[in-house]
Design a protein around this ligand. Sequence first.
Ligand SMILES: [Zn+2]
Length: 341
Amino acid sequence: MDQFNTHLYEQVWTDLNFRLDRIGVDQGLGAALLALRDHQLETGFITDDLSEVERIRLPNRRGNRSYYAQYNPARARRFSGSGVTEPPPGAAKVNDGCFLCPENIQWQQFGREVGYDLQFDDREYVAWMNPYPLAPSHTVIAARNHIPQYWGATPHHLAHMVHDLLDLAHFLPGWIGFYNGEGAGASIPHHLHYQFFPRPPDYGRFPLERAVWSFGGDSLLDPVLVGRYPLDFAYWKGTHEDVVRRALPWIAAWARKARIDPDATANVIVINQDDGEGLQLFFVPRDRRRARSKRMTGIVGGLEVLGEIVCSSEDERRRLASKELNYKTVKDILSDVSVGL
Ligand SMILES: [Zn+2]
């Protein structure tokens, strides 16, 4: 599509959104997002079919626990952008060319990238497909407006962000969603966004989910879980309403205390189990000064916190093959970025 043709772009957007709304009403939000993925494959915006990706299980010596590594060389290319940094005449560049502002996306991606408008109450989001996916149908759900990811810089408080994350997850049975705070895996910290993908069919439960069982399972009274996973975390499970009621006051109280420390940040992960068991919410405190570990190239984000590290360099592939990068390395990576609760 000609990137100058704003009228045509708006027409494509309107038609697609009308179609996705109908799919959403009939089959749910997940089906609408899968249809968005199909559209974005057709336009050529997404080209990565994940065929280069290998998922490697890293068991401990006893073989009763594992972490995972994902070798995903395309992820290393994600900061290269489309190469277009200046808009054509007549098009606007807003917020320094932010990659999540719809005004920029039209000309940056030559009209191929189209989003899906989501609105609940007075909050507006746009769903976009991630061109460098961590899993099939990896979707970025970004605020419509240019609001920062860091809750301390905005009246849009952390508990409100988690509330929106829970509301989105509620409509996505079988999907996993996360919020990566600034310095905790967010690659575009200037614009609020969440990541979502359906749990791939060949994936079992993630190590972080399994860790809950080592604390006694789902019937825990205290949400704070310390000592049996390399990261401290808080955990709630229940219906959407139940998790909102119990977790949000706790998170709001944590954020009030954390505001004293300008480097406090967090990963928040929500899993809609698709087995009628409701939502699981994991809250993992982080520190912006420890965004990464020396033991791996990338930043530690939500997927790493779940127990799956993403490797994208040839050197990491070699270290995986020689088992130099193993169960203990992942455990150490998570320990390197842990913050006490
Ligand atoms: Zn933006």
